[in-house]
Design a protein around this ligand. Structure first.
Ligand SMILES: [Zn+2]
Length: 248
C-alpha cells in the first residue's frame, strides 16, 4: 500500500549502520513510524526532508509486514530560523513530543498537524509570547484528543461567571466560590478562565488570537502544563530541557 501525505517529522532515531527511523505526524494517517533506508548517508536525497521538524510531502510504503518505509520526501518548510535559537528549538521539540503523545494513529490528524505547524510557525516569527504559544498548544491538544476540561460553568451550580473560579487538575472541573470543595483546587482569575475557554472552544484558525497580562500568561502556562502532564500521566524530557533554558 502506498500512502501520499504531508506531515512533519516529530522524532528521529538512528537504527543499524545506515538507516534512520523517523516518527511523522501525517495529515492522512496520524502518527507513523517509518524507516528511511540509507537515511544516515548524507548523499541520500531524502535526508534533509526527513530531518527533525521538517514539514514535507511524503510517499510512504506500507509493507506486508506492516512496516512503513519512506520512499520519497520533498521538503515544504524546514523552519530554518528556528535552528538559530536553542530556546525556541527546544520548545518546538516539546510541541513535537506532546503531539506524538496525543495525536491519533491510523486515522486523519489534520487538526493536530495544523496546530503543531501553527505553533512552530508562531515561535519562529516571534510576534507572540512563547509561553502563550505553549499554553495554547498544550491545552488545545488535550481538548481535541478527548481530554477537554469542563470549563462551561461551575460543576455544582452551573454559574458561568464568578470573580474567582477554582479548577481541579484531577477532574478538569470548575467550581465557583460558594461551591468549592475541600479538594486541592487552583484559584483562577477571570482572565485565565476566558483564555482557557477560548483555547478549548474557538475555531482552529482563531485559537492563538487572544491576549493576556504577563502574570496571566505565566499562570496559564503553569496550569496548562500541569493539566497535560496529569492527563497523559508522564513527564517530558523536552520540557525539562526547555526549562533549563528559561527561568519559567
Ligand atoms: Zn457553584
Amino acid at each position: 500500500m502506498t500512502l501520499r501525505t504531508d506531515g512533519i517529522v516529530i522524532r528521529e532515531q538512528t537504527t543499524g549502520e545506515q538507516d534512520r527511523l523517523v516518527t511523522i505526524l501525517t495529515r492522512e494517517n496520524g502518527v507513523i513510524k517509518g524507516f528511511v533506508n540509507g537515511g544516515r548517508n548524507p548523499k541520500n536525497r531524502n535526508v534533509s526532508s526527513t530531518g527533525l521538524l521538517c514539514y514535507s510531502d511524503f510517499t510512504i510504503e506500507k509493507t506486508k509486514k506492516d512496516v512503513y518505509v519512506i520512499k520519497e520526501a520533498t521538503a515544504k518548510e524546514v523552519f530554518f530560523s528556528l535552528r538559530d535559537n536553542i530556546t525556541s528549538l527546544s520548545l518546538a521539540q516539546y510541541f513535537a513530543e506532546i503531539s506524538g503523545e496525543l495525536s491519533p494513529r491510523e486515522e486523519n490528524a489534520a487538526e493536530y498537524l495544523s496546530l503543531l505547524l501553527n505553533s512552530i510557525y508562531l515561535l519562529t516569527n516571534k510576534k507572540k509570547d512563547a509561553r502563550l504559544i505553549k499554553s495554547v498548544t498544550e491545552l488545545r491538544l488535550c481538548a481535541i484528543s478527548g481530554y477537554m476540561p469542563n470549563l462551561v460553568s461551575c460543576h455544582e451550580c452551573g454559574r458561568f461567571e464568578s470573580e474567582t473560579m477554582y479548577f481541579s487538575l484531577e477532574t478538569g472541573m470548575l467550581f465557583c466560590e460558594s461551591c468549592k470543595s475541600s479538594e486541592k483546587l487552583l484559584k483562577l482569575g477571570p482572565g485565565i478562565i476566558s483564555a482557557m475557554r477560548h483555547i478549548c472552544f474557538s475555531a482552529p484558525e482563531k485559537v492563538f488570537s487572544f491576549s493576556l497580562s504577563a502574570d496571566g500568561i505565566a499562570a496559564l502556562s503553569d496550569l496548562t502544563e500541569r493539566y497535560l502532564r496529569k492527563v497523559t500521566l508522564r513527564n517530558y524530557k523536552t520540557l525539562d530541557f526547555y526549562k533549563t533554558m528559561t527561568d519559567i
